[in-house]
Design a protein. Structure first.
Length: 222
């Protein structure tokens, strides 16, 4: 099973806890699902948008190069932190991304054509919604370049998981450690939930061992 597939079996809370345990940062809040409410996870393909001069190279519609750079299971991550009310993602890009097997989009900025994304069952997480086009408002600064999402610097090829709680980015070099720690936490919490369903008091189940679950010296093997 690939790291992206293993990540998709977790949730952002377990991954966030694992990042805390390992002393890593990567959690971004305020980017809720604006189309379908479905968890997404995968490798990151980045798109940086802004104002001023566009990136050198052939003139093309912004976002098209990022879609073509993405493959099955990837997640497109868009920075549009200019403050300009202009769509960083739209309907035709959604059609193209879905056709390529892209898992979803995370956009730090407004997106448009949300109803179209809902109709296509395509997950989009974003800072907000708009109907305003990007034309004559913002430009493409780069594809597969470092981007800033919230307070997190994201590199192409990193990993991301997003659900109703948050968006979490994991550096590619740390993915195995994070997956191991997150799976341990998820397994422990699953066992605790089952104990409560079996009738054990919650104060007993969520005792001292749970409070120390994230300590760095806590054993990571069940």
């Amino acid at each position: 099973m690939s790291p992206a597939q293993r990540l998709a079996r977790l949730d952002t809370c377990a991954v966030s806890d694992a990042m805390d345990k390992l002393g890593l940062s990567g959690v971004v809040t305020g980017l809720p699902p604006v189309s379908v409410r479905r968890r997404i996870a995968g490798r990151v393909v980045t798109l940086k948008l802004g104002t001023g001069e566009r990136a050198p190279g052939p003139i093309r519609h912004l976002g098209t190069a990022a879609v073509e750079a993405a493959g099955v299971g990837d997640v497109l991550v868009v920075e549009q932190r200019s403050g300009v009310d202009a769509g960083s993602w739209g309907g035709i890009l959604t059609v193209a991304a879905k056709a390529r097997g892209v898992t979803g989009v995370v956009a730090d900025g407004p997106v448009r054509d949300v109803d179209e994304a809902i109709g296509l069952d395509f997950p989009v997480y974003a800072r907000g919604n708009t109907s305003r086009t990007a034309r004559n408002r913002i430009v493409e600064k780069g594809t597969n370049v470092p981007v800033r999402i919230g307070d997190v610097e994201v590199q192409p090829g990193d990993y991301v998981i997003a659900d109703g709680s948050a968006v979490v980015f994991i550096p590619a070099a740390e993915i195995e450690r994070v997956l191991e720690a997150a799976q341990f936490i998820a397994d422990r919490e699953g066992a605790m939930a089952q104990a409560i369903r079996d009738g054990r008091p919650v104060t007993e189940v969520m005792g001292a061992s749970y409070e120390h679950l994230l300590h760095n010296k806590q054993e990571q093997k069940p």
